[in-house]
Design a protein around this ligand. Structure first.
Ligand code: MN
Length: 254
């Protein structure tokens, strides 16, 4: 089995080493193509207004001076001589739960894999304290990663489906189990724009990530993580709201 690894935290991120350790439990045919710099929050963006550089680090390890989507595209079109059987994205430093998904470079790299028809899984390690930076503990992801991936390898995936996995902020032996759950939503928050002055006195703004509240909702990824479980959520690329399609057609006289 040929596996492509990518992420949005960059080629040197600790979570990518964790992912490699997980992936090597399944195969030795591991390819890595990841952004050269951190791209958290890049979503599904594609670099169109500037060139991207491809750098080879060793035989099957590459970085791209662009986004996670750029990295997957480069891997599929330029780097690999045959397509992978599996794309794994992560392990992200921090949660990708609920409405985080569309901002997430980690999930978007898996979206790109799914669009290309490759089985794709995004993995994220939730952490508990703000400002942990490079000290985020990946123990839960490391211990539970293969247990999550194994059952997904032979199961049929519907077309244009990917899987979003989050590991709770707990030591591995305190994780309660696995829950297959739907995507939840945070309460919309307008907070966390930090204002400051640069060294020359000009005003700047910096978007922060602070814990966002969510109203309790049963059966969601947010609830599963709150309660100490690994969340597994199948996602689909079809964003159409099918339940109102007919009603909309009626409004436009079909
Ligand atoms: Mn990230």
């Amino acid at each position: 089995m040929r596996i492509l690894l990518t992420n949005d935290d960059g080629i040197y991120a600790p979570g990518l080493s964790v992912l490699e350790e997980i992936a090597r439990q399944f195969s030795d045919d591991i390819w890595i193509c990841a952004p050269s710099e951190e791209q958290s929050g890049a979503g599904h963006s594609l670099t169109l207004n500037s060139p991207v550089r491809l750098r080879q680090h060793d035989e099957r390890r590459f970085s791209v001076s662009g986004t996670p989507t750029d990295s997957v595209m480069m891997a599929l079109r330029e780097v690999m001589d045959a397509p992978p059987d599996l794309v794994l994205s992560g392990v992200n430093r921090g949660a990708n739960l609920g409405d985080d998904i569309t901002y997430s470079g980690t999930v978007s790299a898996a979206i790109e894999g799914a669009l290309a028809g490759v089985r794709s899984i995004a993995l994220s390690q939730v952490y508990s304290r703000e400002g942990m930076g490079d000290d985020v503990p990946f123990g839960a992801a490391l211990a539970w990663g293969a247990k999550i991936i194994a059952p997904l390898l032979n199961a049929p995936f519907a077309d244009r489906t990917l899987v979003n996995v989050n590991f709770p902020a707990l030591p591995a032996d305190q994780v309660k189990g696995i829950r297959v759950v739907r995507q939840g939503f945070h309460d919309y928050s307008r907070g966390s724009v930090v204002e400051g002055r640069d060294p020359r006195g000009y005003r700047y703004f910096w978007f922060g990530l602070h814990p966002i509240e969510h109203t309790l909702d049963h059966g969601t990824d947010l609830e599963a993580i709150d309660e100490g479980y690994v969340s597994v959520t199948p996602l689909q690329l079809d964003l159409t709201n099918h339940s109102v399609l007919g009603e909309f057609a009626d409004r436009f006289g079909k």
